[in-house]
Design a binder for this molecule. Sequence first.
Ligand code: NAP
Length: 250
Amino acid sequence: MSKRLEGKVAVITGASKGIGAGIAEAFAAEGASVVVNYASSKDGADEVVSRIVDKGGKAIAVRGDVSNQADITGLFAETKRVYGKLDVLVNNAGIYRFAALEDATEADFHELFNINVLGLLLATKEALKYFGDAGGNVINISSVVTRLLLPNSSVYTATKGAVDSITGVLAKELGARKIRVNSINPGLIVTEGSHSGGFTEGDMKALVEATAPLGRIGHVDDIAPAAVFLASDDSKYMTGESLVISGGMR
Ligand code: NAP
């Protein structure tokens, strides 16, 4: 069977660990050449690249803070230099922090919005310079929080609400250029970030197990195949959609 992303070049932001790493590895297994972006975890990104190359896939690691224009410029220039083109951008880099409004700070607001929203806009804007005549494909990693509207999450949920809005707007704005823009809105997924943030144990895990119809928290391999689907021609008539992947919780 032919691989579904053969010949495609994909940039995945924040792919040194977690959901981004899983998507990078799934894309490479389907034949894509992948750019594993990271902000500071060089070792993690190098390990993802090694795992891909060991299996016969194509990948490079490129450092770059998505909220920094110079870094974004460098990320896509390096992609072009090494692989010659761009077909798919996965805007996955993101941070999360939950707090009651009384405890939310201005610094938190700016940091979360800079990475989760400005970073996504900067990366997408830069990608537009590199998508070819055949069009392009943008996959934004949002969150089911935009449906759940959980207490103590106003700033983080606001960033992902912005991501959902941007997905819808850009799908309309870029459709005529054959650029598709969709989102994946995961539920609670076990990753380095969710584990170290304390979400994969305790109250949050218990809430998911009690209320998600499928009765469990998710794993990276619950998400990555959907990203492959959105990146492939299997979804060629889809744009502006949000795939909520949360065990049915919403
Ligand atoms: P994670 O394990 O914490 O990994 C985050 C990744 O993003 C790392 O590779 C990190 O690189 C990178 N990153 C952070 N800041 C960056 C920046 N400024 N520029 C470039 N890369 C940056 O996170 P995750 O749980 O996989 O989450 C990934 C995405 O899924 C996020 O957008 C998150 O909001 C979303 N999401 C996660 C869950 C969940 O339960 N895990 C649920 C819904 C949505 P460094 O290590 O180099 O900093």
